[in-house]
Design a protein around this ligand. Structure first.
Ligand SMILES: Cc1cc2nc3c(=O)[nH]c(=O)nc-3n(C[C@H](O)[C@H](O)[C@H](O)COP(=O)(O)OP(=O)(O)OC[C@H]3O[C@@H](n4cnc5c(N)ncnc54)[C@H](O)[C@@H]3O)c2cc1C
Length: 396
């Protein structure tokens, strides 16, 4: 990773920043930039903050970045989410193949924390004045020139800013307006998921249950507050979507037909309309994330398969580094160039590794005796160390 200059400038290089997207990326970036005295406004297409998103695993690299931006926030998240102590690998009959203790805290100074996307959004939004978050603002594009950027919304007035940050996720309109790439890339993994109020009496609260089947897997995890997140993915070279919510539920139950009742029970307990069915997608890495007065962050910049649980974690790194580049660069151009240099190479590697990891779950040798926990650890150790030991170097 390139080193960012460490001399801090007194006057912000931009006065007014517009962020599209009030997900983890947009909100964290707003907190970081606001603390530098920058006027930040966030535009979110949702009409209200509502229960959405999946259960996320937050790892030391993401948590350290969050804490550098908003000191103390990890403590709040610990009470909102759940710390994982053990990961338990099971077969579809419900038999335990192996149990491993998570060593993140000892090795990297932060635990593996599970939290619901929606609760994370609420915690982050609570750190910002509510009048800077503009809901019901669906961005449809922008125009820019040397003096500023004008952002356009469906059915709402356009707004002006010195800089636009696209934090609008994998189907980013901002990215599409910049680079016109079209649809994201389906990677061959189909997903069904939900977060529900549910307690599984067979599973311990501090365990992440990972069930491996034939080219299919499921994980069940406590995300705090009495909520359980379940996610099931299946290798499907082509995919089709179900016609309605009831069809989604019967389809996933059909996919799990041979699975132990303890795993099917959580799906059966989920109301049909709360099950989300969708393809897992990424996009090829870009060589640049910025053009003029517009840049990208989080999934808009580097959407990745969830196999390594790094999407949100690397997004927090982005937010931290972007804010650092703002406070230590003389011009906007220099700040965005430093931001790209510090982020693109790292996220490119994690994107590639995540796509590989997703397919690795479908490989029949995943649970074979030669892949003992020790052997997997050796193969992955250096890489995991590089990912998790990322440490923000200068406090914002
Ligand atoms: C099944 C699954 C499991 C995952 N597990 C993990 C995990 O364990 N750990 C982890 O770190 N990551 C995980 N991820 C990835 C993680 O969810 C994302 O990386 C993270 O949410 C990215 O944050 P973001 O703010 O960039 O984008 P998003 O979370 O997608 O937020 C984008 C926001 O922008 C808004 N928006 C979109 N378009 C517009 C528009 N045109 N105008 C205005 N607003 C708009 C959306 O409504 C949303 O609020 C997982 C993803 C999936 C699908």
């Amino acid at each position: 990773m390139n080193k960012i200059p460490t001399q801090k400038l007194s006057k912000p290089i931009v006065e007014k920043v517009a962020i599209v997207g009030a997900g983890p990326g947009g909100l964290t970036t707003a907190i970081a930039l606001q603390s530098q005295g920058i006027d930040v406004q966030i535009y979110e297409k949702a009409q209200e903050f509502r229960p959405a998103g999946t259960g996320l695993g937050l790892a030391p690299n993401g948590l350290n970045s969050l804490d550098a931006i908003a000191p103390g926030i990890v403590e709040t998240l610990k009470s909102s989410g759940c710390q994982v102590i053990h990961t338990v690998l099971k077969n579809i009959k419900g038999e335990t193949i192996r149990t491993s203790q998570t060593k993140y805290l000892e090795q990297y100074g932060q635990p593996l924390l599970t939290v619901w996307w929606y609760h994370l959004q609420q915690v982050l939004a609570s750190k910002l004045p509510s009048d800077i978050i503009h809901l019901n603002h669906h961005c449809i594009g922008f125009d820019q020139d040397d003096n500023g950027v004008k952002i356009h919304f469906d059915g709402q007035k356009s707004v002006d800013a010195d800089l636009l940050i696209g934090a609008d996720g994998v189907n980013s309109v901002v990215r599409e307006t910049l680079f016109a790439e079209g649809k994201p890339n389906y990677i061959g993994s189909m997903c069904w998921r939900a977060v529900i109020k549910y307690h599984h009496e067979l599973f311990n609260d501090y365990e992440l249950i990972f069930v491996i089947g034939n080219k299919q897997f499921m994980y069940i995890v406590n995300v705090g507050g009495g909520y359980t997140s379940w996610i099931s993915r299946k290798f499907l070279p082509d995919y089709s979507l179900s016609q309605n919510a009831d069809e989604v539920k019967s389809r996933i139950l059909q996919e799990l037909a041979d699975w132990d009742e303890s795993f099917r029970a959580v799906v059966e307990a989920t109301p049909s309309e709360q099950i989300l069915e969708g393809p897992i997608c990424d996009r090829p890495p870009l060589t640049h994330w910025s053009q003029g007065r517009v840049t990208l962050l989080g999934d808009a910049a580097h959407p990745m398969a969830p196999a390594m649980s790094q999407g949100a974690n690397t997004t927090f790194e982005d937010a931290y580094e972007l804010a650092q580049c703002f406070s230590h660069s003389a011009t906007l151009e220099e700040a965005l160039s430093n931001y790209e240099q510090s982020r693109i190479d790292r996220t490119k590697i994690i994107q590639a590794r995540s796509a590989w990891g997703e397919m690795r779950y479908y490989d029949h040798t995943f649970t074979s005796p030669s892949q003992t926990p020790q052997r997997q650890m050796t193969l992955n150790d250096d890489f995991h160390k590089w990912v998790y030991s990322y440490k923000p170097t200068v406090a914002s």
